[in-house]
Design a protein around this ligand. Structure first.
Ligand code: TXA
Ligand code: MG
Length: 327
């Protein structure tokens, strides 16, 4: 499929909609975002309404340049600035103490704000045309799988969004790494493609994974990113037993395999996932969505490796599934 990126006029029209307080979905390198003018509380409230998301869940503000950090953040610690300079535009969100004028609708009532510059040409053009911060969570309904293609956004939100900009399939495929700089020690709140080790190596300091704040944020909830079909996570050596059990009960099974060869039958759908972490992440949400569409009785995911580059994937899989427990 060929994706034709939006023309300048379309980007301008999208920026105008944002200025009018309307909602525009746009591609980023991680997942599609559901955007609104971050300085307009009424516009931001529409995001929560469209997603069905509780109002106390904070949003990420997408900005155009590092110079805009101080439009939103009260102070920018040296470590945070160095990460921004190293990884932006890119799949990294920084949590900083917010300026008083940042609407609490954006921050879910917190005194902190999440900021990032996305690495996608369409997102960057939109930010430039708009000229302000765009608050955007992933463009899915609350607790569902994040969209990695424009068609997924349409499936999720339909008419609740005023315009969807199509920028093709997302290259990263899982949400950004979130680092909180508002406490005493920098804390990893959500793993992503940029790994904890990479950040620790670069800053020459350790990140804590036990943040001081215990706010409720979607990426931190136990059930999230979930397909509608019940999903199990299992080890390769458990796959055959599980299949045998379900097929014995005449149940239809959808399998996301990592390296096992499983034959398709009328009761078994199989999606073979890529062997490289980067490619696996890119394909993961579309695969879960596809499985949901096929409406099996159960989705079974074969656990991929657990090394550093697979951490974000394992984090999302743990939230999308429950572990298989042999009876
Ligand atoms: O890759 C991404 O980050 C995508 C694209 C669209 O940029 N956005 C995204 O947004 O995943 P959302 O709303 O689905 O997730 C935002 C995450 C929350 O799970 C939460 O952990 C964190 O960002 N977050 C945002 N503001 C925060 C705050 N003030 N304090 C703590 N965590 C915050
Ligand atoms: Mg989300």
């Amino acid at each position: 499929m060929k994706v034709i990126f939006p023309e300048d006029e379309t980007i301008e029209a999208a920026a105008r909609l944002l200025k009018q307080g309307r909602l525009v979905a746009f591609p980023t390198e991680t997942v599609y975002g559901l955007g609104a003018d971050a300085s307009n509380p009424e516009a931001v409230q529409k995001i929560f309404h469209a997603k069905g998301r509780p109002a106390d869940h904070p949003l990420i503000v997408h900005i155009q340049s590092i110079d805009n950090l101080t439009d939103w953040a009260l102070t920018v610690p040296d470590f945070a600035l160095r990460l921004a300079e190293r990884f932006w535009p890119g799949p990294l969100a920084l949590i900083l103490n917010k300026k008083p004028e940042v609407p609490i609708e954006v921050t879910g009532g917190q005194h902190t704000v999440a900021l990032r510059i996305p690495n996608h040409p369409v997102a960057l053009r939109l930010l430039q045309a708009f000229g302000g911060g765009i608050a955007a969570p992933s463009a899915n309904r609350f607790c569902r799988i994040s969209p990695t293609q424009a068609s997924h956004v349409l499936e999720e939100l339909g008419d609740a969004v005023d315009l969807i900009l199509d920028g093709g399939p997302c290259q990263v495929g899982v949400e950004s790494t979130v680092i909180d700089f508002s406490g005493k020690k920098p804390a990893l709140l959500r793993p992503g493609q940029i790994t904890q080790l990479e950040i620790e190596d670069f800053l020459q300091t350790q990140l804590t994974t036990n943040p001081e704040s215990t706010i409720r944020a979607p990426g931190m909830m136990a059930v999230h990113y979930a397909p509608s079909t019940p999903a199990l996570l299992c080890h390769a050596n458990e796959l055959n037993t599980i299949l045998h059990d379900f097929i014995g009960q005449d149940k239809r099974v959808g399998i996301l395999t990592y390296h096992q060869r499983i034959s398709k039958t009328h009761l078994i759908h199989v999606i073979s996932m890529p062997m490289q972490a980067h490619d696996y992440a890119q394909a993961l949400y579309a695969a879960l969505r596809e499985m949901d569409r096929l409406r099996p009785d159960i989705i079974v995911v074969e656990k991929p490796p657990v090394t550093e580059s697979w951490l974000a994937i394992n984090d999302r899989l743990a939230k999308a599934t429950r572990p298989y427990q042999p009876s």
